[in-house]
Write a protein that binds this ligand. Structure first.
Ligand code: GAP
Length: 447
């Protein structure tokens, strides 16, 4: 059990490392700030969240296509999208140590001032200066001929630049959407709060193209706002811990006519952005038409009209969802007179769906039967663990800590009647169940 001075975020970061969810990037070389690597359990959990997004925003819909664009894109794309000019933060520089901090991050500013106060010094800040967040690199053999390219600052532009390709190859009718999941990169000056603000992170997005019409725009915006919120709840959040908040006009990104955030009530800094819904109007397609010289308008064959569609965007951070799911799930309680810390994960996102135990390790008939049950479940469900190490109580604790919803024990009765015990992680209650019902029962829970 973690000690009392640790915050919930510290406890989650330490559990994540100890149990193979998330590690500091390149840790053995001292780590890289704002960069994280996912271990065996973390990668499964992240995959489950992405799969669920793909299912609910793409696969189950008739009007949405999926795609996957490249990370590297030429400078011209980012000039067109407005990012080279407008994707900026205001920074202030400490005149004592020359460290730069985002002017709008009051917490980081005061933390910095506190550090100098300890040395009996008073911080003096420079005037705020504009700093661009795009991460650039070069492609090409020689320094001279190399071309400047950017690692995408949002995955969005890969969809917009393929708008014509999708029209020409799939012939969709408006309204329709294009969904994507992939990495984005931002040169965040103060990456902080574990996975919350990173420099390399993953986004899941939908660009939904509509006829340019105010009424349709309003209706579609509401539909996608509600769909996004419902989807976020379905990751296992309580109603009280998520809310929708409208951006004020001075808060909106340069491309947005209207913007709302889904926010999560974090333990470390109150309400924080999890997901954005943006009305991007015709900003992107119009600019890419101008900058590329390729007409990106849509022809309506039924009415004969030709126009640049508007875009309603849903955009969520995958890693931020992982962090918020972990924060929501982390629970400390007492079971059978013992304190336990565990992850109350929704079975849908849990990296391990079920663990299979033979009651005793030294009884070959139990081990053999448990292996058969394990192998069947692993083949049918995936995400199943076998554990015969230590007493049953310890095995339960180990699975609780990583959020495994069900523990299945093969005991002497199993050998006679093909039933097992299935223990529920949250209540600790055990139910006797036929082996033949296990697959459908676990499948139902993770749908
Ligand atoms: N295409 C629109 C867009 O990128 P955004 O609000 O800048 O909008 C969308 O980002 C989502 O991406 C955010 O709601 C957040 O979940 C995630 N995100 C943004 N910056 C991030 C960062 N530095 N680290 C982790 N996640 C981030």
């Amino acid at each position: 059990m973690a000690n009392n001075t640790e915050t919930k975020l510290d406890k989650i970061a330490s559990l994540s490392k100890r149990r193979g969810f998330i590690y500091q990037g390149s840790e053995i070389y001292g780590g890289l700030s704002g960069i994280y690597d996912y271990g065996p359990l973390g990668v499964e959990m992240r995959h489950n969240i992405k799969q669920h997004f793909w299912k609910k925003f793409i696969v189950e819909r008739e009007d949405v296509y999926g795609m996957s664009a490249a990370i590297l894109m030429p400078e011209r794309v980012w000039e067109a999208s407005g990012h080279t000019e407008l994707f900026t933060d205001l920074l202030v520089e400490c005149k004592l140590c020359h460290e730069r901090v985002r002017a709008d991050q009051t917490e980081a500013v005061s933390e910095h001032e506190e550090e100098h106060k300890k040395e009996k010094k008073t911080t003096e800040w420079s005037e705020p200066r504009v700093f661009n967040l795009l991460v650039e690199t070069k492609l090409g053999a020689s320094e001279k001929s190399a071309t400047k390219v950017y690692l995408r600052g949002e995955i969005t532009q890969g969809v917009h630049v393929n708008f014509k390709n999708i029209l020409d190859s799939m012939h969709p009718k408006l309204p329709f959407g294009i969904g994507q999941i992939g990495k984005a990169f931002r040169n965040e000056i103060t990456p902080r709060d574990f996975l919350f603000r990173q420099r390399e992170f993953e986004q899941m997005e939908l660009q939904y193209y509509i006829k340019p019409d105010e009424q349709i725009g309003r209706e579609m915006f509401e539909i996608w706002k509600n769909h996004s919120l419902e989807w976020y709840y379905s990751l296992g959040f309580s109603k009280d811990n998520l809310r929708l908040r409208e951006h004020g006009p001075d808060e909106r990104a340069h491309y947005a006519k209207n913007a709302w955030d889904i926010e999560y009530n974090t333990s470390f800094a109150g309400w924080k952005e999890a997901w954005g819904i943006h009305h991007r109007g015709d900003w992107d397609l119009k600019r890419h038409s101008e900058y590329s010289g390729v007409d990106l308008s849509y022809h309506d064959n039924e009415t004969g009209e030709k126009y640049i569609p508007w875009d309603i965007e849903c955009s969520g951070g995958v890693d931020r969802a992982v962090l918020f799911v972990l924060l929501e799930a982390y629970t400390e309680d007492e079971m059978n007179g013992e304190m336990r810390a565990y992850l109350k994960l929704h079975p849908r996102v849990a990296p391990v769906k079920a663990a299979v135990f033979p009651l005793l390790k030294n009884k070959p008939e139990l081990v053999e039967k448990a292996r058969v049950v394990y192998e069947t479940l692993k083949k049918e469900i995936g995400g199943v663990m076998f554990d015969d190490n230590g007493n049953i109580g310890k095995r339960y604790r180990r699975q609780d800590e990583i959020g495994t919803p069900y523990c299945i024990t093969i005991d002497f009765d199993t050998l006679g009647d093909d039933t097992v015990t299935m223990r529920d992680r949250d209540t600790g209650k055990q139910e006797r169940m036929k082996i033949s019902e296990l697959v459908s029962s676990v499948r139902e829970a993770i749908k």
